[in-house]
Design a protein around this ligand. Sequence first.
Ligand code: SF4
Length: 752
Amino acid sequence: MHLTRRELLHYFGATAATGLLGPGCIGWTREEAIPVDSWHKSVCRFCGSGCETRVGLRAGKVVKVEGLQEGWNRGRLCIKGLLNREILYVSDRAHYPMVRKNGQLERVSWDEALDAAAAGFREAMAQGGPDAVAFYGSGQLFTQESYTANKLFKGGLGTNNVDGNPRLCMASAAFGYKSVFGADEPSGCYDDIEHATLFFVIGANMAECHPVVWERVRDRLRTEPQARVIVVDPRRTPTARDATLHLQIRPGTDVALLNAMAYELLRTGLVDPAFINDFVTFRRGTADSPPLTLEDFRAFLEDYAPEKVANLCGLSSAEIREAARLFGISQAALSFWTMGLNQQTHGVAANRMMMALHLLTGQIGRPGTGPFSLTGQTNAGGGVRDTGSLAHALPAGRVVTKAHDRQDMERLWGLPEGRISPNPGLSAVPLFEAMREGRVRAALVMATNPARSLPNADRYRVGMEKAFLVVSDSIFPTDTARYADVFLPAAMWAEKEGVLSQSERRYHLVEKLVEPPGEARSDLDILVALGERLGHGALLKARTPEAVWDEWRRVSAGTTYDFSGMTYARLKALPGLTWPCPTEQHPGTCRRYVPGEDPLAKKEGRIDFYARPDGRAVVYLSEQGPFRESLTSDYPMTLTTGRRLEHWHTATLTGRIAQLKGIDIDYLEIHPGDAAVMGVKEGELVQVTSARGTVRLKALPSMRVRPGVVFALMHSMEHLVNAATSDYLDPTSAQPEYKLAAVRVERVKEGT
Ligand code: SF4
């Protein structure tokens, strides 16, 4: 069965070509009524937009999922939101724990599986010390689960080898925010969309990857004819089709473009001198480097005049000047970005420069303004970034390298001083390299599929094969589960209870509504049971989702993340709350740093960057560094990757849904001119080869990509594009450069 997008939507009862489902969308047709016993509030378990849902139950099963009218998404869901129901009932859900015996995974009891997992960890630590073990988590775990795993490994086992898949998608944004504002996470909220007059979208295909947020942008465009959209993307995506100005940039040159825009804003005087004077400082490299002046910054930008970088960026200087002009004259500029900006070796520099454009123009802290990175997974922000479940971090903005932060957490966790290691652990890619080399001997992988999602994936599978691997997942078999020594079946979404947070810093409670299949357990239960067996039961005193949440609220108190006022009762009653929210009376904060709105902003005046020691946000002098991988005669083209509307990330979940199986995901978009030179026609098999590996895909000649660039989806199980993607890392954030790999593309001769 091959379904076109329109046929698929028809199947689900909607005809909107956007793939949006919900009352209020063009062409919406309600599904035939399904009897429902009771309705319950919940949140979509897929992307970081965090669409609010109501879930219909009948006879203990989820039978219907709709957008919540009172939610920020106004009743809308995209097709993936609707599939929250289907994903619970795919045929290969994992039901039983398994242990590898004689090379095969065999069903065992929970006790036997957990004993085997604990024995594997104990043996690894006996041989190699605490840093011989690791936790690799996910933005799909609830906040309570990531928090508990972080506590068990950093506070209990004594290793900072705690990282997760948000390192692959969000790390450059997290490091960008922290270095510019002193605290991670965006400053604004979705309500800003209704006030913006310019949307600057860079490295984000929102129409497909954050479609409900994008539909809210389109609402604004429909009601405010003066509103403009600039899209910066090497591909003519569906998002770019809505653009006033589409800059079809050469991949990996965003820093040069943003510097050129800064140059042009300063040259034309479209900046806010009073804001710069009062609230901004200029630095190079790190946040504690000696302060520089606006004139130093102006001199630095001389090398980035639009005509000097236009060729590098693959744009005209007029396009760059126009982008700067539109940004500078707009009454309210709101920027959105995601993996396209983050997944490169200059990801932190690009994030810093995106934030710098807002600081130079004073486009922050007012309705409709601000830098706003979007999150890929449901709970990458709330679960992993906020709880500090990354190798360098501790909860609520603390870091392992600061003695005061470690002591704070040791006190809060009831640990002796010195228990938490001062050494940052291994981040995602180095962690799997350490498994390959035998330095990390045992790892717990939860709710993620690194065998498919890591760049240069074939290399790191060797590590998974060598290490003692405990995998907790709701689906079996994932590619990673094939390497597991112990496999633990996990509950997902409405089969367990927990809190998650989405792109606008809004925390939601997801209640348990149905029983998990077979013997599957929540990841929190699994962590507590494993912690007990490893001798850390006393550390994990909080064992229920509510108890862990209450502990997490106490840990956040007094920090720049303060969630103290978000009680369970409030989360149950409300469609989420945005932080900071320090008291039970506080309604939640839409715009951070704004006195009168943000309870932590104490100074009078326009803005208070209270997380920075001097109260000033930092504009960095950020170089467009050289490409880590140059184009050569062997590898003359650039491969970039992305997603399409119907599937989510590596399609570990959506790829199992019968109704989506017919959707073509195994194609390579190639410019028609390049295809003609190669003599490749539509549908013919081509081989894409990088210095790391190859993938075979069907050629799709398309004007969507610029000459010299090819695009592939990251979803396919059979045709793994991550065999070829680059594992070069941003030197600050350690995020890999998925968006830029030098490749050659060759026609595959029949029979080879
Ligand atoms: S936009 Fe994201 S959160 Fe909303 S329904 Fe679609 S996948 Fe779910």
